[in-house]
Design a protein around this ligand. Structure first.
Ligand code: NAP
Ligand code: G4F
Length: 334
């Protein structure tokens, strides 16, 4: 019998990490995930993967650790000996990065170096995926692709530019199979509740159920290219199966404002968003990224990857899931 492939996922408790773990388990991988100790339970997105009888082998193993701890990353790399590493851990909230810039630099930037160093000193055949982002393009005009210059507009974006270049540098200097996914916004029912799409769909569900009557928001003019997270984690996996290590943009190529997303979500529930949404300047950012629209042509031609779920449908899926949750649906269903 051939040995199962082993994957190490940092950020396994997050939106993308949970889909990645689920997809790799379904492919027969042995999956190792990094979890942070916390005083409250932080594993709701992966809890069903431990207990689901239908997942082959129930092959999910969790390890305590923090990506800012280089020694622990080194130790885990030796212990797990993965074939593939997906570095999805980050302080991923752009607004919060203005409050915690130094921590964000470590968790979202230097963490890539900690893992690359661990790979370099353990086994240079380990393949490495770094979660880079369209936030690196920032103020560069759209459409943005792999050739677009970086102009980050937040401490988060700046940290991710570091992670991008250190990943490229280790690929070139040490011949590692190390790649950056330059992913545009991707959402799902598992999206964190303080990101704009989920904040909107959760508010719609609460309004429908009579649990809320208003929604406080910031800048409604920015344009985003929103895709569906499970399709993006499939794209990450494809990047590590490619013949050559190279960086890719994943995006839908669509452009909608926050106002448009409000319209899709509220109209799906038969509501008019203008009757509920109010402005609070505390949700504004010192510098904003106005327009992100991706060109994923390279991913389509090299990886055969293409987004199929577009924002109008995405908003409906998320509203339906939030209503179902309030009606008692189990977390693992999403
Ligand atoms: P997320 O839901 O915020 O998840 C972040 C994950 O990182 C969580 O599991 C979190 O653990 C973990 N984490 C944070 N700091 C850590 C630390 N110091 N040590 C160990 N683990 C830590 O983010 P996501 O949306 O899944 O995004 C995944 C990755 O892709 C992130 O790197 C993000 O920056 C990047 N990205 C996301 C998007 C997007 O639109 N979603 C687009 C481009 C790039 P806890 O559960 O304990 O907090
Ligand atoms: O949902 P957001 O917080 O996502 P943002 O800043 O685009 O970042 C997300 O996508 C990046 C990829 O491009 C990732 F790298 C990053 O980790 C994260 O996943 O905000 C989207 C837009 C912004 O223009 C923001 O100003 O929505 C605007 N917005 C308006 N009112 C709001 C709100 N954002 C939030 N979070 N909350 C509001 O009340």
């Amino acid at each position: 019998m051939t040995e199962a492939k082993r994957a190490f996922i940092t950020g396994v408790t997050g939106q993308d990490g949970s889909y990645m773990a689920q997809q790799l388990l379904a492919k027969g991988y042995e999956v190792h995930g990094l979890v942070r100790r916390s005083s409250t339970f932080n594993r709701s997105r992966i809890d069903h993967l431990h207990h689901d009888e239908h997942i082959p082998g129930k092959n999910l193993h969790l390890h305590y650790g923090d990506v800012t701890d280089a020694a622990r990353m080194q130790q885990l790399m030796v212990e797990i000996r993965p074939h593939e590493v997906y570095n999805l851990a980050a302080q991923s909230h752009v607004r919060v990065s203005f409050d915690e810039p130094a921590y964000t630099a470590q968790a979202s930037g230097v963490s890539a170096l900690n893992l690359l160093e661990a790979i370099r000193s353990t086994d240079t055949s380990i393949r490495f995926y770094q979660a880079a982002t369209s936030e690196m393009f920032g103020a560069s005009p759209p459409p943005q692709n792999e050739q677009t210059p970086f102009y980050p507009r937040s401490p988060y974006g700046v940290a991710k530019v570091y992670s991008y270049w250190i990943t490229r540098n280790y690929r070139e200097a040490y011949d590692l199979f190390a790649v950056n996914g330059q992913l545009f916004n991707h959402e799902s029912p598992r999206r964190g509740e303080t990101f704009v799409t989920r904040k909107i769909t959760l508010a719609v569900a609460k309004i429908v159920k009579g649990l809320a009557s208003e929604l406080w928001m910031g800048n409604l003019d920015s344009v985003r290219d929103w895709g569906y997270a499970p399709e993006y984690t499939d794209g990450m996996w494809r990047m590590l199966q490619a013949d050559e290590p190279t960086d890719f943009v994943l995006a839908t190529g669509t452009a909608y404002t926050i106002r448009d997303f409000l319209t899709f979500a509220f109209e799906h529930a038969g509501l008019d968003w203008q009757e509920y949404v109010k402005f609070d300047p505390k949700f504004l950012r010192p510098t904003e990224v106005d327009v992100l629209i991706g060109d994923a042509g390279k991913a389509k031609s090299v990886l055969g990857w293409e987004a199929t779920v577009l924002p109008p449908q995405l908003a409906q899926v998320m509203v339906d899931a939030d209503i179902a949750r309030l009606e008692g649906a189990k977390e693992g269903q999403f």
